[in-house]
Design a protein around this ligand. Structure first.
Ligand code: NAD
Length: 266
């Protein structure tokens, strides 16, 4: 595991949505290891407190807990305002929370489709809007990173809501990036492939399924949460000051049309 860049984010304030486990937790940990104060969003306070206990303490103060449902306007207004107040500012927003529900598309329930869109799309728009208002009022040149998916461009049968939501996220990022580039605000996305997180443990812990999943990935293994955190922190840092409106695929080559590794068509 690469050593974190010591103090790369010293004095910086970060809000991570969906930080109670998986990629969000790995991202919060990575920011804190590099000196940032991190507001932890999720719906369950006890889980967020457990994550906070794993984060290194930083000079800026305690990492605040920012409980709330990211798809609900009142929750988002409150938790963004509380995070800014608790940390005395905000420099980076990571919109990470997201989920999916499987169903053949002919049977998809409206409430399931709308539920996924509410968290994965509205749950990106609302925190972006609140944070952009604060940055514009205060002349802050902040950075937003949205956690998308390879399914931003690869179709995902049986997951219509998820595919639609991640496609939408790609255009949210490009639109916001263009709208605010002149104000010095950057907006980018990371798009993970198959990552070892709690939601994937059924195949991760089954050697046969693990092998089957890995066989579809050109690098022949799933990624780790920290490898997504590597990309998110890069897009938040001084290392990427001229990058905006981009989606960085972090997928072990999954978007490279792996079937073409050995020529079969000519
Ligand atoms: P996860 O289920 O482990 O974590 C998701 C987090 O979001 C949890 O903390 C959950 O509580 C939170 N969350 C869900 N709904 C919420 C809501 N309404 N309000 C606030 N928080 C909410 O998932 P993960 O695998 O870490 O995925 C994180 C992100 O990465 C998602 O956007 C997902 O689409 C994306 N992603 C994951 C993978 C993967 O293989 N794990 C691949 C591609 C993209």
């Amino acid at each position: 595991m690469p050593a974190p860049y010591k103090d790369r984010f010293a004095g910086k304030k970060v809000l991570v949505t969906g930080a109670s486990q998986g990629i969000g937790e790995a991202t919060a940990l990575r920011f804190a290891e590099e000196g940032a104060q991190v507001a932890l969003n999720g719906r369950k306070e006890d889980k967020l407190i457990a994550v906070r206990e794993k984060l290194p303490k930083v000079s800026g103060g305690e990492h605040p807990i920012a409980t709330g449902d990211i798809s609900k306007e009142d929750d988002v207004k409150r938790l963004v305002a509380d995070s800014i107040k608790a940390m005395g500012g905000l420099d980076v927003l990571v919109c990470n929370a997201g989920y999916q529900i499987p169903s053949p598309s002919e049977d998809i329930k409206l409430e399931d489709f709308e539920g996924v869109m509410a968290v994965n799309v509205t749950g990106v728009m609302l925190p972006c809007r609140e944070v952009l208002r604060y940055w514009l009022e205060n002349g802050i040149k902040g950075s937003i990173i949205v956690n998308s998916s390879v399914h931003q461009i690869i179709p995902k049968p049986h997951y219509l809501g998820y595919s639609a939501s991640k496609g939408a996220v790609g255009n949210i990022v490009r639109t916001l990036a263009l709208e605010y580039a002149g104000r010095g605000i950057r907006v980018n996305a990371v798009a993970p492939g198959a990552i070892v997180t709690p939601i994937n443990m059924s195949w991760v812990n089954d050697p046969k399924q693990y092998k089957a999943v890995s066989s579809h990935i050109p690098m022949k293994r799933p990624g780790e949460g920290r490898e997504i955190a590597d990309a998110i922190t890069f897009l938040a840092a001084e290392d990427s000051t001229y990058i905006t409106g981009q989606t960085l695929y972090v997928d072990g080559g999954l978007t490279l049309y792996g079937d073409f590794e050995n020529n079969w068509s000519s």
